[in-house]
Design a protein around this ligand. Structure first.
Ligand code: AMP
Ligand code: MG
Length: 362
């Protein structure tokens, strides 16, 4: 398949005209990758079963992992849902457009392929100007998972999308960097209190400040298999959570604890693994950089994820850093676990899954 790559510059006048072709491709059943504020998405007309099948094929995505439907106007919620839970309005006002996905009862109109047979549908209104304009112009709700090959780190730059999907989709829109860097928070509002199914760009603290009670229990859901220790939660409510995800080619080991001890442990292991002939990557932070001996830099690829004091930077850089290690042909990455507050929760969730649960607690 020939893939058209279209660069869109929102600084020029009438920039949205640059989206006319892509919008037409979407509404006529094609596949278009586009930037959102979280990560790049791979879109198709959500009401066209054949178009949506193309998403699963291009990504190699398991068919029991449902898709998020993206809209440009809150009115679209009405055609996608049967009944609108009463917390919907307050959440839409507080967080839309933005990185919050709401799981609601689905309407007849939503094909089963979108929801993997569930009786709920996940809906989000993105804030990225290109995503919003593209969806509006196409005139249809747009199903869009992340625009990567299934299992790989999500794309935050157009070059990541090109690496994974060139030749497999009709159009790739180049619209710069996806700033948030981790996917949306998925919130089930069919239950009381609402329950976070996946941590993401909107934090637990932000949700609680608007709703009061919100359930989030990383302990009761096994984060990388999705199997729950509580039988009442099985099968997994968010089917996508059970798959290996976000994985660089390198093996990933996560180390958690006092930052100075973690750095010492990583340094010790780096020397050992290096002597065994393994090429090592270290994912540290600005604040911990000085804990690593300069000599380590001669044989390890060391990348800072960002600043612990500004956890938004950790989220923003995460997937790009994982792909950067692959470019350097690193075989084993050791990563410092971030503090789990604010968006750090989402960063920790993605790192744990990328590591396949491989964590050492010091
Ligand atoms: P992705 O678009 O690749 O970021 O993944 C979408 C996420 O939303 C996956 O974890 C899905 O399991 C989840 N999701 C989509 N639809 C539903 C739904 N109806 N109920 C629960 N989770 C959903
Ligand atoms: Mg994804």
């Amino acid at each position: 398949m020939k893939t058209e790559i279209i660069k869109v510059d929102t600084a020029v006048q009438d920039w949205d005209k640059q989206l006319d072709y892509a919008a037409q491709v979407l509404s006529s059943g094609g596949l278009v990758a586009f930037p959102t504020e979280t990560v790049y998405g791979l879109g198709a007309n959500a009401l066209d079963q054949t178009a949506v099948e193309g998403i699963y094929r291009a990504k190699g995505r398991p068919s029991d992992n449902p898709l998020i439907v993206h809209i440009a106007n809150t009115d679209s919620v009405k055609e996608l849902t049967d009944s609108i839970p009463f917390v919907t309005t307050v959440l839409m006002e507080a967080f839309w457009p933005g990185p919050l996905t709401l799981v609601m009862p689905k309407s007849e109109k939503v094909p089963d392929i979108i929801t993997a047979g569930l009786d709920t549908v996940a809906i989000r209104m993105p804030s990225h100007p290109i995503a919003a304009a593209l969806i509006k112009k196409s005139g249809v709700p747009v199903a869009a998972p992340s625009a990567n090959s299934s299992g790989r780190p999500s794309p935050t730059l157009v070059k990541h999308v090109i690496e994974d999907l060139k030749g497999k989709v009709d159009v790739i829109i180049d619209g710069g960097i996806s700033n948030v860097g981790v996917e949306s928070t998925v919130l089930d509002i069919t239950v009381t209190p609402p329950m976070i199914l996946r941590p993401g760009g909107v934090t637990l603290e932000q949700l609680r400040s608007v709703l009061g009670a919100v359930c989030w229990d990383p302990e009761s859901v096994d984060m990388y298999t999705g199997t729950s220790s509580d039988a009442s939660l099985a099968p997994p409510r968010s089917p996508g959570m059970k798959y290996k995800h976000y994985s660089p080619n390198a093996a990933l080991l996560l180390l958690q604890g006092d930052p100075e001890r973690v750095a010492a442990e990583i340094s010790k292991r780096a020397e050992l693994y290096h002597r065994e002939g393994t090429s090592i990557g270290i994912l540290n932070t600005d604040e911990t950089a000085s804990f690593y001996e300069p000599s380590l830099h001669t044989y390890c690829k060391i990348i800072s994820l960002g600043s612990r004091e500004n956890p938004e930077t950790l989220a923003s850089n995460l997937f790009r850093c994982l792909r950067d290690f692959d470019e350097k042909a690193v075989e084993m990455i050791m990563a410092e676990a971030p503090d789990e507050n604010g968006i750090g929760q989402a960063v920790m969730n993605r790192l744990l899954k990328a590591a396949g649960g491989n964590i050492i607690k010091l």
